[in-house]
Design a protein around this ligand. Structure first.
Ligand SMILES: NC(=O)c1ccc[n+]([C@@H]2O[C@H](COP(=O)([O-])OP(=O)(O)OC[C@H]3O[C@@H](n4cnc5c(N)ncnc54)[C@H](O)[C@@H]3O)[C@@H](O)[C@H]2O)c1
Length: 391
């Protein structure tokens, strides 16, 4: 940030695994951020945040923490059920908020957060950090340059077993508990992959048809979904598909963006024989070397002889794999939001985006109930079937 450095005081609610892996280390590396206080219902986790990450104060009740005037930004990293209540309280206390995904547990809760933040003039952003992966930023930039023609279809996927993050990393088992999580793969993985797809497509959703079922785990483990398919029709006769599962031991994750004059593939976390680069692009239009975006020229290695690209007009068409630096999406996301707070800028992830993400996710439950397509925006509150609101 230019000029005098403004330091933003931060309070974190939920000192569990994502705070430990992502938020605390990010805050410690951002010069404009200061970890003022932490809140967790478990004393050991609070104490760890104080000792390891230098939180100055710790609380067992977030309502006490958000009374502090030296906290400007609150990061909500508690189990999903608490996001709505805590975000509303933060906005009413005049705090800006990053809410971990999923934004909330119902569509009405999500819009309530948006409306309350507007009323109290605070900023809210859902923690969809995948948007800040370098390959996704590049893909979005190239789409903006119309490099693959008109984007007509898109898909996103995320396959990750319960045995990975949930069993290996998470401090608590909230993800398998319907009362705390609301949904399984649908909310946990879907919140990222729906957000990414809507952002890439850049259009309003007209209607949704989907399923979210438990097809692999016994009820004693969880009743929540581990198999999800979502079909999306956008307003302008374009289409999307999101598929998610919670049983594949090998992670596959990525997006396919299909334009009338080319294709972009991205994969954010997983490499495998099918997704061997974080990003690949094929352009069918006739280009000359000088017309290519710089990022594509940087990654277009000569196939036989370096000068062929300079003299072949139009360029020979082929796939180009792009390996951007891995970077650190969480840090970028938090830094971006802090800059938005400091300089009154609109965040890349708008607060309405969090609510639109929830609309699609909740529409899947209605689609299953009604066995068909569901029009958006939803008119009624859709409460996940196994989720008892407020209990
Ligand atoms: N953006 C991402 O990629 C990403 C990754 C992981 C988790 N998350 C999200 O972050 C949230 C937390 O997930 P996690 O994996 O860190 O879970 P976790 O179980 O590891 O940590 C949750 C923490 O919240 C604490 N907690 C529970 N109830 C609380 C309350 N009422 N007030 C304060 N603290 C409370 C728990 O004691 C625990 O320490 C979830 O919403 C999850 O979806 C996002």
């Amino acid at each position: 940030m230019a000029g005098e450095k403004k330091v933003v005081g931060i309070g974190v609610i939920g000192a569990g695994s994502v705070a430990e892996i992502a938020h605390f280390p990010s805050i410690s590396q951002i010069p404009e951020a200061e970890l003022v206080a932490v809140c967790d219902v478990v004393e050991d986790y609070r104490e760890k945040a104080v000792k390891k990450w230098g939180a100055k104060f710790s609380y067992s009740d977030y309502k006490e923490m958000i009374k502090r005037e030296d906290i400007e930004l609150v990061i909500i990293a508690s189990p999903n059920i608490y996001h709505h209540e805590q975000a509303i309280a933060c906005a009413q206390a005049g705090k800006h908020v990053i809410i971990e995904k999923p934004f909330a547990c119902t569509n009405f809760e999500a819009w309530d957060i948006v409306n309350t933040a507007k009323k109290y003039n605070t900023r809210v952003m859902v923690g969809c950090n995948y948007r800040f992966w370098e390959q996704h930023l590049i893909a979005k930039e190239l789409l903006g340059q119309n490099i693959i023609g008109e984007l007509k279809m898109g898909s996103s996927k995320s396959h990750e077993s319960w045995d990975l993050y949930h069993e290996m990393i998470s401090y608590t088992k909230f993800r398998a508990d319907p009362k705390l999580a609301g949904a399984g793969a649908l909310f946990d993985l879907g919140s990222h992959m729906v957000d990414l797809l809507l952002w890439f497509m850049g259009k309003e959703v007209k209607r949704v048809c989907g399923i979210a079922k438990n097809i692999t785990r016994p009820k004693e483990y969880t009743v929540l979904d581990d198999c999800v398919y979502i079909q999306i029709e956008f307003e302008d006769n374009t289409y999307g598909i999101v598929d998610l599962n919670r049983f594949s031991p090998a992670v596959t994750q990525g997006c396919e963006l299909l334009g009338t004059e080319g294709t972009i593939f991205t994969s954010s976390e997983a490499q495998n024989p099918y997704q061997s680069a974080p990003m690949a692009i094929y352009m069918d239009r006739d280009y000359e070397w000088e017309e290519l975006p710089e990022i594509i020229r940087d990654y277009r290695y000569p196939q036989t002889f370096w000068a062929t690209d300079n003299v072949t007009k139009p360029l020979q068409k082929r796939w180009i794999s792009i390996y951007p630096p891995r970077g650190w999406a969480y840090k970028k996301m938090i830094q971006h939001f802090i800059e938005c707070i400091a300089y009154g800028k609109e965040p890349v992830i708008k607060m309405e985006d969090g609510a639109k993400d929830m609309e699609v996710l909740c529409a899947v439950f209605k689609s299953m109930q009604e066995d068909g397509w569901v029009d958006l925006p939803l008119k009624e509150e859709i409460i996940p079937p196994y989720f008892t609101k407020g209990k």
